[in-house]
Structures are given as structure tokens and as C-alpha cells.
Ligand binder design. Structure first.
Ligand SMILES: [Zn+2]
Length: 358
């Protein structure tokens, strides 16, 4: 998702700020028409910060439920229009998608209830509804209710659209359920753009986000169906040679250099630690050991992982050309990106294979 800046991490989930995020500050400040005083400027910044704390809590709820159900969470990206949780392997089973999608709006409703209690106990006026005037507890409460309600609109890729797809997929194939959810999502997106053009620029931007995102969901479902049951075990190279970490690099370097593109798994007393690649060797080997040239951040998959989306996302996220294949911590193979590409192209034919970003 374009360029973004890591601003921190919460319980292992990196939080990133998208490059377009500063636009939000400009767009919130500009409409005051030059009447901005330092005081108002600070008020606006505090308001945006408080709002985005609520959005991060909403996104973390998606992420934690996803992780609890065995999905890998890459990160949370904050955009001017809200947050996006990047989770590998979605949609998964309908029950998983439903639980992950509903977690965010439920968290926003819970936050609104807490803010209502805070408002009530401090005597703040919680009525009339408003985002830009009134006590901060009231403004934030209404913002969270708006966040929950808006996200529950049945417009895939928004939460409500995912809930809809999950419900539809209980009695239909993934492809049919997605196609139906996408049709409804596109209609909702179009309505948002048209209403937004008349009344509110943000709604227009979110409508465009839905229209583009819905198309992506459809394409992904078509590919998932075409690639069907293809797994890592179908394209991996079996029983690769492994190297012990304590091996002198000078002994293996000539062999590696003679086979460009090749990678070998590195083990420590049989336990996998990383990959060594012919094209990532650190200069002349000298007295270095295999351990010194091992890429310990290289990705690893299991033989049963689906090629799409799990293996594709794994390669895209790690930007490597090969991954180790492990079973119970033991190396059973290596999978190369070109083999994966070729298998996906064969399976998808005219549909068009998903691209791996290397
Ligand atoms: Zn959400």
C-alpha cells in the first residue's frame, strides 16, 4: 500500500502512517479560511490525534482477533480516510472473516459507551450530536458511533461488506458470494460518490476507495477460485541440501557462486535458522562462517500453505526470491518465486495471475 512511515508498534503489530496522511491536517485546517489562530490549530491537532487513537483501537481489534484465529497481521496503515489492517490469508473461512470484520465496529461501539459514561460522570453535554463543537467526550463518542455505523455499511471492502460476504459465503461458493457482495459494494460506492459530490468531499473519497477496493476483491476471488487447491507442496523443491551454521563460508562460496539464484537452507544442529543465497554473499569469505552470511529474516512456509494468497503475500511482504519450507521446524524443501509465478500463470490462464512484488 504505497509508501508509509512506521510510527510504532502495539503488541507486535506495526502502526504505519501513509504518505498521504499529512493531507488530512491540511484539509482540516484549510476550511477555517485563514482565521486559524495558534489556539485553534492546536485544538484541531489534538482532535485529529484523539480521533486516530480511536481508529487505531478499532483496527487493533480486527488485528488481534485475526491473530487469535491464526492469521498473520502485517501492519496497520493510517490513511486520511481511516485505518486499514493488512492481514495475510484473508478471507479464510466465513466464520473467521465474520469475526475479524465485526471486531472493529464492536470496539468502536464499546469506546462510545465508555465515552458516554465519562461524559455522564463529568456532567458534559452529550446532546446534540456533533463532531466539531461541544465537549471532547461528546465529540469523540459521536465520532466512534459514526465510525461503527459507517463501517457497517454493506460496501466491501469496508467491514459491513466483509460481514455480508461472510454471511453469503455460508450457503454459496466464495466466488458467488464475493460477486454478489461486490455488486452491492459498487452500488454503495457509487451512491457515496454522488452524495459526496453534492454534500461532502470525504464521502466522495471513501466512495472512490470502495469502488476501487470492490474491484480488487472480485479479482482476488476469481484468482482464489482458479488457483483452488494449489499448495506450496505442489511447487517446492524437495529435500534440499542444507548447510550447518558452523561451516566455513570459503568452502561453500565457490559452489554457491557457480549456481546463481540458488538458495540453501541453513541449520543449527538440524534446526532451521535461515537461508543463504548465492547473490547475497558478503564479499570475500575470508574467515567468515555460513552463519555470518545467513539471511535470518528469509520467509518460511509450510507444505500445506495455499499458493494464493498465503505464499504470494509471503513473497511480496518479504521481497525475497525464495522461501524455506518447514514441517515441525525441520526443513523439507525450498520454494522459488519463479516456480510459484509459473504455477499461478498456468492455473489462472486468461484470468491473469496475481503479481508478486519482488
Ligand atoms: Zn474496521
Amino acid at each position: 500500500m504505497g509508501r508509509s512511515l512506521r510510527i510504532g508498534s502495539i503488541r507486535g503489530v506495526p502502526i504505519r502512517l501513509h504518505w498521504s496522511f499529512p493531507l488530512l491536517v491540511v484539509l482540516v485546517i484549510l476550511p477555517t479560511g485563514g482565521k486559524t489562530t495558534a489556539r485553534l490549530f492546536v485544538d484541531d491537532l489534538v482532535w485529529i490525534a484523539a480521533l486516530f487513537v480511536c481508529i487505531v483501537i478499532h483496527e487493533l481489534s480486527h488485528s488481534f482477533v485475526a491473530r487469535h484465529r491464526g492469521f498473520a497481521v502485517r501492519d496497520i496503515v493510517l490513511l486520511p480516510i481511516g485505518g486499514v489492517s493488512e492481514i495475510s490469508g484473508l478471507p479464510g473461512a466465513p466464520a473467521d472473516e465474520l469475526a475479524i470484520a465485526i471486531a472493529g465496529p464492536l470496539a468502536s461501539v464499546a469506546l462510545a459507551l465508555i465515552l458516554a459514561l465519562v461524559g455522564y460522570s463529568t456532567g458534559a453535554a452529550m446532546w446534540p450530536p456533533g463532531l466539531f463543537a461541544g465537549a471532547i467526550a461528546s465529540r469523540l463518542m459521536w465520532a466512534n458511533l459514526l465510525l461503527a455505523g459507517f463501517n457497517l455499511l454493506p460496501a466491501i471492502p469496508m467491514d459491513g461488506g466483509r460481514v455480508l460476504r461472510a454471511l453469503l459465503a455460508r450457503k454459496r461458493s466464495d466466488l458467488r458470494a464475493t460477486a454478489l457482495a461486490v455488486r452491492i459494494g459498487r452500488f454503495m460506492g457509487l451512491v457515496m460518490v454522488l452524495v459526496g459530490l453534492r454534500y461532502d468531499l470525504w464521502l466522495c473519497v471513501i466512495g472512490l476507495f470502495v469502488l476501487v477496493g470492490a474491484g480488487g476483491e472480485k479479482q482476488a476471488a476469481v484468482v482464489r477460485t482458479a488457483v483452488g487447491g494449489l499448495k506450496v507442496s505442489d511447487v517446492m523443491v524437495l529435500d534440499p541440501t542444507t548447510l550447518e551454521v558452523s561451516f566455513p563460508l570459503s568452502v561453500v562460496a565457490p559452489f554457491l557462486e557457480a549456481s546463481p539464484g540458488r538458495v540453501l537452507p541453513v541449520v543449527d544442529h538440524g534446526r532451521y535458522v535461515g537461508l543463504i543465497a548465492a547473490d547475497r554473499l558478503p564479499g570475500p569469505p575470508g574467515a567468515l562462517l555460513v552463519a555470518d552470511a545467513t539471511d535470518r529474516a528469509a520467509p518460511a512456509l509450510t507444505p500445506g500453505d495455499p499458493l494464493y494468497p498465503v505464499a504470494v503475500e509471503c513473497f511480496s511482504a518479504s521481497r525475497r526470491r525464495a522461501a524455506a519450507v518447514l514441517e515441525d521446524g525441520r526443513v523439507v524443501g525450498v520454494i522459488y518465486a519463479p516456480h510459484l509465478d509459473a504455477a499461478l500463470r498456468r492455473a489462472t490462464g486468461s484470468v491473469g495471475a496475481p503479481s508478486i512484488r519482488h
